[in-house]
Design a binder for this molecule. Structure first.
Ligand SMILES: [Zn+2]
Length: 244
C-alpha cells in the first residue's frame, strides 16, 4: 500500500482551509502596504502604511522614509489624501494611456525625484521592438497645486498607472470610518448648565413683573405676549410674538 498517496480526508480539507486562511492573511498584509498618501506641504505622493491611533481617534500615516508620520482625523481628508497605490506600466500598458488620462508622474525636484498628479496631454508613441521594449514618451500637464498648467515630456518609465480600486475596501480604512460613526459615550446633561443653581422663585417673580410691564406696553404698541410664558412652559425672558 502506498502510504504517500494523500487520501481525501478531513485532513486535506483542513489543509485547504489553512491555505485559504494563509492567502487571506497574505492579502491583508499586502493591502496594508497598498496605499499611497499625499504629503500636505508639497502635494507629492508616497507609498505608506496606515494604522489606527491608540486613542481611537485618527489614522496614523507612516511614509516609510525619513518623513515624520502624519495623522488624518476626518473621512474627507482620508478620501482626498489616501488612495490605493499606483503601479508602474507593465508590458504594453503604455498603449492604453490616452489623452486626458490622469496619472502619477515623476518630476525631478532636487534633491530627489518625487511623484505628482498629472494629466496626459499627448502620447508620443514609438513602435515597440524586442531590443528596446518601450521608448514611448508622454507630454503631461501637472495638475497638483503650485505647478498647475506646466507641462513636461517624460518617458513611460516615469509614469505610474492609478488604481481604479477605492480605499473604502481597505481593512484599516474601514475600521477608521466605522470609528468615526460610532457615537461617543460622554453624557451631556439635558439641561443647559446655565440653569444650574437658578433661584426659580425669585426669577418667576421677576418674570411675572416683566410680563406685566410688557403687557401694559403691548396694549398700546400692538405686541402680544405669549400666554405660555405666564404658565412657565417656556424658557424665561424669551418669547413674544407680533400681534397682527
Ligand atoms: Zn511604449
Amino acid at each position: 500500500m502506498d502510504t504517500h498517496t494523500p487520501a481525501p480526508s478531513p485532513k486535506s480539507s483542513r489543509g485547504r482551509r489553512g491555505r485559504q486562511q494563509n492567502h487571506r492573511e497574505r492579502r491583508r498584509v499586502e493591502m496594508e502596504l497598498e496605499l499611497e498618501a499625499m504629503r500636505k506641504h508639497d502635494f507629492s505622493w508616497h507609498p505608506c502604511r496606515v494604522s489606527l491611533r491608540s486613542s481611537g481617534v485618527g489614522l496614523i500615516v507612516e511614509y516609510g522614509t525619513n518623513d515624520t508620520d502624519d495623522c488624518i482625523v476626518t473621512k474627507e481628508e482620508a478620501l482626498s489624501r489616501l488612495r490605493i497605490r499606483s503601479t508602474p506600466l507593465h508590458g504594453d500598458e503604455c498603449s492604453l494611456l490616452r489623452e486626458g488620462d490622469r496619472v502619477l508622474a515623476t518630476r525631478k525636484s532636487p534633491p530627489k525625484s518625487l511623484f505628482f498628479d498629472a494629466q496626459v496631454e499627448k502620447p508620443l508613441r514609438v513602435r515597440h521592438s524586442k531590443k528596446i521594449h518601450c521608448r514611448c514618451m508622454f507630454v503631461v500637464r501637472w495638475i497638483h497645486h503650485g505647478r498647475e498648467g506646466e507641462t513636461a515630456t517624460i518617458p513611460s518609465s516615469a509614469i505610474m498607472k492609478m488604481s481604479a480600486e477605492c480605499i473604502t475596501l481597505h481593512p484599516t480604512i474601514v475600521a477608521f470610518f466605522s470609528s468615526l460613526t460610532t457615537p461617543n459615550h460622554c453624557t451631556i446633561s439635558p439641561l443647559p448648565t446655565v440653569l444650574k443653581g437658578m433661584d426659580y422663585e425669585r426669577d418667576v417673580l421677576q418674570l411675572e413683573k416683566q410680563i406685566e410691564d410688557i403687557s401694559n406696553a403691548a396694549d398700546s404698541s400692538g405686541i402680544k405676549v405669549s400666554e405660555n410664558l405666564i404658565d412657565g412652559d417656556v424658557l424665561p425672558y424669551v418669547v413674544t410674538s407680533l400681534y397682527i
